[in-house]
Ligand binder design. Sequence first.
Ligand SMILES: [Zn+2]
Length: 217
Amino acid sequence: MTRKPDTALAQDIIEACRWMNASGINQGTSGNISMRCGDDMLLTPSGIPYDQMRPDMLCRFPITNDLDTAPRGNPSSEWRFHQSILYDNPAVMAVVHAHPAHATALAVQGHAIPACHYMIGAFGGADVPLVDYALFGSTALARMATQALRDRSACLLANHGAITTGDSLARALWRMEELENLARVYLLAKASGTPNILTSQQMAEVIEAFGSYGPKT
Ligand SMILES: [Zn+2]
């Protein structure tokens, strides 16, 4: 497999950020995206509107377990959880973070998303877990999110937003879009009755049937 030069990867990340805002998944500059780049990672900068972001503004720094030493440059305030997740799971190539309205509404209510729909299986288990509240950008948030994403490819962050991962940027983005749609469906179902939740046996069948379901890029 040929590896894209950094500039091309950075451009992919910028386009993904712009797509998140255009699709309504994210607002303003609250979302951030990282990608593995050999032993390093590329991460969106802090506070730059996506339409003004250029490839040379992205931050590149080594993937280590050191969450005390801030990377040089102007990395997203959430550099700790991006770095920690990429360090912890070598299969993860991209990490997407956003504040999608419906997923965040559930996170504000303190709800994980149960198996209300078979597509929950796209995240690797029978629910999308909720990470306890911790200050944005903190080491505590990074450690808890990393733990939650050991056996899942999505989690909610209490009173904050959501994170998805993927073995490609396309798959991580696809999961964020799916997560927000499922959160919307679950909220609608809760608002008009009592959702029926799939059993662990039904979800085990779904996860087995999924295989490598999702975008192939
Ligand atoms: Zn955030």
